[in-house]
Design a protein around this ligand. Structure first.
Ligand SMILES: [Zn+2]
Length: 396
């Protein structure tokens, strides 16, 4: 058994939209779980971290990534992207389909091919913790002609999600509805590409009409990925459906502003989820999730705690994952961060509300310290968390 105590916490963001901030100044991790909040700070432990009044928040949950093979992405010819994103605070990522696989012919996808592709992704990229990150790969790119046997294979492989993007929805309504039922019977969620055509060139245009009969679990990048549906469709979607609505870094910012405000007005922020929709044409963005949080808070005027909850608890819940909320018994996936020198904010919350990029000091996944003292992808925070017994923190 290994125990880690984090003390001297300045702010605590729960990731739970119902109560996004809490009065927590110390936290005890036992093995891979949060054992207790506000334990006595003289409790015996194997390792002790002084948070130096920095904030603790859940590890970010990127609900929309496009992995291919491990940490290599052909979309931008780069390697090491997952570890770099982890340094931007992401500890869980969910594939929206391995569609950048080189040579894949989108016009000639077969049921067996897309199922096999998901199985391979699950058994390779999804099998290993790249940079410590929990990567849920193996999201099948649904095509006509699939049956129970294909969904059985996906369930056996451990897929958590399937995706409508190349599927001609309006020509195959009954089949699509049958797919969502077959997926749900196996505990697999459904996501659908919305808006205009994607970088691949062959995705289908999808707006309110299609979504209203399809009823997926998550409507992907409703504010654009890259091209959003019309403003009218976006309003109809918010007003007349109940499923999760995702916004991504590949967005049209104006559309994100519209959908976020309408959900806030209706008291339905619980429906909002977040991802980067990268790597892709938008790029490789290690700080993408942080930037999305800053936009939601500084421009859309969500509280910092609400914006963090969208990027953590909300997104995890929509995908059926147990991460994203910091409470006793939850996986110990968390980030220690604070405002950077020169920021308008004196706390992480102030900095986020002002739209200033925070600095990350620690990233912990399943109780294991992956980033210690400071991130390679953000500036250092003004106050730097450190192990108590470290012989003098080099940054303090
Ligand atoms: Zn995508």
């Amino acid at each position: 058994m290994t125990t880690t105590l984090i003390s001297n916490i300045g702010e605590f963001f729960t990731g739970d939209l119902k109560s996004p901030e809490a009065d927590v100044s110390s936290l005890l991790i036992e093995n891979d779980q949060i054992k207790s909040l506000n334990p006595p700070t003289d409790i015996e432990c194997d390792k002790a971290i002084d948070a130096e009044r920095c904030a603790v928040l859940p590890g970010l949950v990127d609900g929309h990534i496009h992995p291919v093979f491990g940490e290599w992405t052909p979309a931008q010819d780069s390697i090491g992207w997952i570890t770099n994103y982890m340094h931007g605070g992401s500890t869980t990522m969910i594939s929206a389909g391995e569609l950048h696989t080189p040579g894949l012919d989108y016009e000639n996808l077969t049921a067996d091919l897309v199922t096999s592709l998901a199985e391979v992704a699950r058994a390779t990229t999804g099998r290993v913790r790249w940079g410590g990150v929990k990567v849920h790969a193996g999201t099948c790119l649904l095509v006509p002609g699939m049956d129970e046997s294909h969904f059985n294979r996906l369930a056996d492989a451990g897929s958590i999600l399937v995706k409508f993007i190349f599927f001609p929805l309006e020509d195959n309504k009954e089949e699509a509805i049958r797919y969502t039922a077959m997926a749900r019977e196996r505990g697999i969620r459904t996501k659908v590409h919305t808006g205009g055509v994607s970088r691949s060139g062959s995705s289908r245009v999808c707006g309110f009409d299609t979504l209203s009969w399809l009823q997926p679990d998550i409507a992907a990048h409703v504010s654009g990925g890259p091209i959003p549906m019309s403003d009218e469709d976006l309003d109809l979607l918010v007003d007349n459906t109940e499923f999760a609505l995702e916004v991504c870094s590949s967005n049209n910012y104006r559309s994100t502003y519209l959908v976020a405000n309408r959900l806030m007005e209706m008291g339905r922020l619980d429906r909002l989820t977040m991802g980067t929709d990268t790597p892709g044409g938008t790029g490789v963005i290690p700080r993408g999730m942080l930037r999305n949080i800053l936009f939601l808070s500084s421009i859309c005027e969500m509280s910092p705690g609400e914006a963090i909850a969208v990027a953590t608890g909300n997104t995890a819940k929509a995908h059926g994952l147990d991460v994203g909320i910091l409470k006793e018994g939850a996986p110990a996936d968390l980030v220690i961060a604070g405002p950077v020198k020169g920021s308008a904010g004196t706390t992480l919350g102030d900095a986020i509300a002002h739209g200033d990029l925070p600095g990350i000091s620690f990233v912990i996944i399943d109780g294991e310290v992956i980033v210690e003292t400071r991130s390679q992808q953000t500036p250092p925070p003004m106050q730097i968390a450190h192990f108590m017994d470290s012989p003098g923190c080099p940054y303090c």
